[in-house]
Design a protein around this ligand. Sequence first.
Ligand SMILES: [Zn+2]
Length: 312
Amino acid sequence: MVNIAQWLIPALQQIQTLKSQSRLSHALLITGADGVGQESLAREVVKDLMCESQQGKACGLCHSCQLMKADSHPDFRVLEGETGTIKVDQIRLLVKQISQKPQVGKNKVVLITHAQAMNINAANAVLKALEEPADHTFFVLTSSQSSQLLPTIRSRCLLVKVPTPTTRDVAEWLQQDASLQPLSQLFWLTTQPYRLLALEQQGKTALYTELPEKLYAMLTEVSGVSDMVKGIDSKNIDDYCNGLAAILHQCICRSTGSDLAPALEPIYQVLIHRLSIQTLMQRYQALQMLKSDLQKTNLNPIMQLTHELNQW
Ligand SMILES: [Zn+2]
């Protein structure tokens, strides 16, 4: 696993300084664009807050630090909003759990990631907890859509903004870990560092890395459409649609003068020779539609994508 990303360090150090001076707000809201690492920063902050020492950075040695390492600290609670709505019962339970005295160290911490996933009742319950803060209790919230949070929640938090890293920052970060280096070939898909990391964790790096090559072989008739769609099923069809749409999007941008990833240049040359920009845009829209249709219905993914690719 890679070290904390370079672009997260200034914000982390600022929080550590405030902690060491006992001036840290009991509520933090960590914001930034999607996939820049709010959750990664929040996890570091939580470790520092749980440490029993006065210093800003977690000592790594005290009982609390040991329990955090083992992922079994009784005074730390987390709610992940990535997978669905956060409901009021979950918040109430959490507030109840942390209303007791800390069992181990001196602080208790609640982490709520993707806080925009809280429904209105849940948000009000959090607001109430922030308005009547219990001693030595910290709330750490993360969000990529903080404008969707209650303004009253935002105003009670110390706002910490994670900057969006440059492509070069992301490339350097990936360089630190040999297993992540292939991800730098996927900048045509995304330059969001933690989205790339998620692809690797989901075992999807190869699928996306091979896609331009397979598409080029199909377009130049080295292989057929049937080779292109081999291995597609209802589980990975979304990834194929996303990848192909990203390739088309990059080619459309290239036609208006933007830079193109070297891996896509041969594809662009074939497509632009064969289809107009308008057709590329139509195919892009058709792919988006196909993706949404496949989510709603039981259409056969291979048949549908074959039909689409026959028009390229
Ligand atoms: Zn410690």
